[in-house]
Design a protein around this ligand. Sequence first.
Ligand SMILES: O=C(O)CCC(=O)C(=O)O
Ligand SMILES: [Fe+2]
Length: 334
Amino acid sequence: MSDVKLGDVHGIPIIDFSAFSDGSRKQDVADAMLNSFKTIGFVYLVNHGLSKERIDKMFDWSKKFFAQPLETKLLAPHPPSGAHHRGYSAPGVEKVVHDVHDTEELAKTRAKAPDVKESFECGREGDETMANIWLPDGILPGFKEACLDFFWACYEVELTILRALAVGLHLPEDYLVKYHATPDNQLRLLHYPSVPMDKLRNDKVARIGAHSDFDSITLLMQDNAGGLEVENLHKPGEFISATPVEGAIVVNAGDFLMRWSNDTIKSTIHRVRAPPNMITKDGMTPERYSIPYFCSDHDQVVDCLPGTFSLENPKKYEPISAGDYIRQRLAANY
Ligand SMILES: O=C(O)CCC(=O)C(=O)O
Ligand SMILES: [Fe+2]
């Protein structure tokens, strides 16, 4: 029988997810995924359920959006506070930081190397606590519908991945799904403009600084530009390239799932830097587009997952809701 693991990228496994979805090799896929989440925190999935056409179409919309003049994009402005994470952020506005809560430290980190990226964030419609911020009617017609359509398509994939993780954890298959019944998810369109290669290499500018995600899991679609790097858990401070794989999405665990799993699953630090082995004529890096999709359900209070604690390995954390947890973390990013 063929292996559910098709290969790896610098140690990050590439898993054929269809063997879970079609029921043929459920436990094998679940075990492989969970194992990767425990050892690396990242995995590549192929045959994940999102068609190439659908992903390509979303990238096309993203390009159309970011190609609008700045004044147009600013008609859907991200509010000044990081806590309402919706709408458009112009290059340099957001600086992702990792566990820096001291105001002075935060200012220093931000001043060092601005994140040269622009982003558009949206969630489900009808979320009163975090309303979407769209362009006014008549500007870029079809964009809102495309975002929402993709949002719900990604949610389906999320649910299947959560089922696989539950099976890997030897919990009832719908155990994690039940905690994600309301997708307080965030679809994020990211554009990293072309910047001078030497500045990126010398950390004078950053694409996205080293950080971990806050959520349960993140699905990440990336174009072919490259530059995503994941920290080597065996050698902290060293990073491995999560090179784009044709047809694959990258899935990673966030801090909330790490806490929820009593730290058995890893939320690994990652960043986006200059693409490796780039030869450019004009000394500029090509622009890059990516689409992360962050998954959480803010209402549910979770306690450490059954099976992740014991007398010898007691619970490290108090129960908490994802909403409380994520709000604390987001507020530090703006
Ligand atoms: O652009 C990427 O590939 C990664 C983005 C990311 O890590 C994030 O937005 O949290
Ligand atoms: Fe991230």
